[in-house]
Design a protein around this ligand. Structure first.
Ligand code: URA
Length: 208
């Protein structure tokens, strides 16, 4: 699986803000929000449309409007919450499922503690919001949950992806799409993405 990368100067500039170690939490969240908007636009590029007849101030016109159920947004708690506003700005009517998993810093494996999804998940696609696709463990767990709940097309939207995480996700869920602002070099011995941006949750929510 080759991740789809945002190729946009605004994404590159926001990413530089995120990577800089001196960036304070408000500026960090704002930069995440800008990238979330760009990720949301790209992740929804293939949404189906239908034709609707409307009346403009000048005449009747046939125009395309969104044609099917919107994908469910699935922020991975807690860092994924920092991407949610941007996605909801472009998809205000999309339902939101929450997936909670923390990463055990010794095993680097996800430990699930929360999942709540809309009843009609089986009639929708889903977009997993996980800023850091590192080992891929949490994203794999989230996609497994969503697929078990009947979700159709699943996209994992990340800010940074590591090749290790992309490969692990592709092995577990070859049908899932990965969209990221950038593909970094790899993981360090603690499972952090390098060059990376550090702990996205801690930096967004000022808990470091
Ligand atoms: N999660 C983070 O927040 N940062 C990383 O580099 C890897 C996982």
């Amino acid at each position: 699986m080759t991740p789809l990368l945002l190729d946009h100067p605004l994404a590159a500039d926001a990413l530089a803000v995120l990577r800089r170690s001196g960036t304070a939490p408000p500026a960090f969240r704002a930069a995440l929000g800008r990238i979330a908007l760009l990720l949301a636009a790209e992740a929804t590029r293939g949404l189906a449309t239908r034709t609707k007849r409307i009346t403009t101030p000048l005449e009747e016109a046939e125009v395309p409007v969104l044609g099917s159920k919107l994908p469910c947004l699935v922020p991975v708690l807690r860092a994924g919450l920092a991407l949610l506003d941007g996605f909801q700005t472009l998809l205000p009517d999309a339902p939101v499922a929450h997936f909670g998993a923390w990463r055990d810093h010794e095993t680097l494996k996800p430990v699930e503690y929360y999942f709540k999804a809309p009843a009609d998940l089986g009639e929708r696609g889903a977009i997993v919001l996980d800023p850091m696709l590192a080992t891929g463990g949490t994203a794999i767990a989230a996609v497994s949950r969503l697929r078990a709940g009947g979700a159709g097309d699943v996209t994992v939207a990340a800010v940074l992806a590591a090749p290790e995480g992309v490969a692990a996700l592709a092995a577990a869920h070859p049908e899932a799409r990965v969209l990221a602002a950038a593909l970094d070099r790899g993981l360090d011995h603690r499972g952090y993405i390098v060059p990376g941006l550090g702990d996205a949750g801690d930096r967004a929510f000022a808990t470091s």
